[in-house]
Design a protein around this ligand. Structure first.
Ligand SMILES: [Fe+2]
Length: 253
């Protein structure tokens, strides 16, 4: 190879069509505080078969989950809301795509526009392919997950490994980016996220995604979702077109 070409100094690699995804790990005590709050409500709901009317969030959502409850109160009380705003500001400042030069977002420019926790029951619950149209980012964190290892070993014994685990893991979150070249070796057609307790993911809210069901006998799948938009001041710092500010990306406050 020509020596000049071999040098990588002048080669820039960009990925303007690849949506960014952030992942981090939440502190254990925070996960426990949110999980304890939800479990107290879910235990009552499971026992009585009746939903907590005050916190019920499922009528706003697609999909089938035993329970979806509003968790805004515990996010504020535990300090998680502030932490999430910090992560979102970092994420948006790092990706730069939406920002005016020299106008970094601060955590107070971030707005949480929806927050709920899901209890998905085995052999039954799932989320079909959907997106979150009224916000800029969506995020998901995991409070409790089934014993995947035990599940995989059982599937192996039943020789269903390929069927269940090659093209999609039970109970996983599958991201399906729309802007991809079909059959391209450079862009995956789907990203399979296997839930892990305390892991927290953040991605553009217009990325389509779904959640697979999972079999019985290995525990529950419990997660929480937070939708994120910007304050009026936050929007001012971005290049988001005016017409988007009151439609796809949420209303001004
Ligand atoms: Fe979703």
């Amino acid at each position: 190879m020509n020596e000049n070409i071999k040098s990588s100094n002048s080669i820039n690699i960009s990925y303007p069509f690849s949506p960014p995804i952030a992942d981090t790990r939440l502190p254990d005590n925070l996960v426990k505080e949110i999980a304890d709050y939800c479990n107290e409500i879910w235990e009552k709901e499971l026992k009585s078969g009746e939903k907590n009317g005050e916190l019920e969030y499922g009528d706003k959502l697609v999909g089938r989950n035993f329970s979806e409850i509003n968790i805004r109160e515990i996010l504020d009380k535990s300090g998680a809301a502030v932490g999430i705003c910090q992560v979102a500001a970092h994420f948006l400042n790092s990706t730069q795509v939406l920002l005016n030069p020299g106008q970094p977002l601060l955590s107070q420019d971030i707005r949480l526009v929806g927050a709920w926790a899901n209890l998905s029951l085995p052999n039954y619950d799932y989320n079909p392919i959907h997106m979150h149209p009224d916000c800029l980012l969506t995020t998901v964190g995991y409070l409790e997950v089934p014993d995947w290892k035990k599940m995989r070993m059982a599937a192996e014994k039943q020789k269903v490994t390929k069927f269940q685990f090659k093209d999609g893991h039970p109970g996983s979150l599958v991201l399906l980016p729309e802007v991809v070249a079909k059959h391209s070796p450079f862009v995956p057609h789907a990203i399979n996220i296997i839930p892990e307790v305390s892991k927290y993911y953040m991605f553009p809210a217009n990325i389509k995604h779904c959640v697979y069901p999972y079999p019985d006998g290995y525990g529950y799948r419990k997660s929480f979702v937070v939708n994120i938009s910007l304050s009026a001041e936050g929007f001012r710092k971005t290049n988001i077109p005016q017409f988007c500010k009151s439609t796809s990306f949420g209303m001004f406050n």
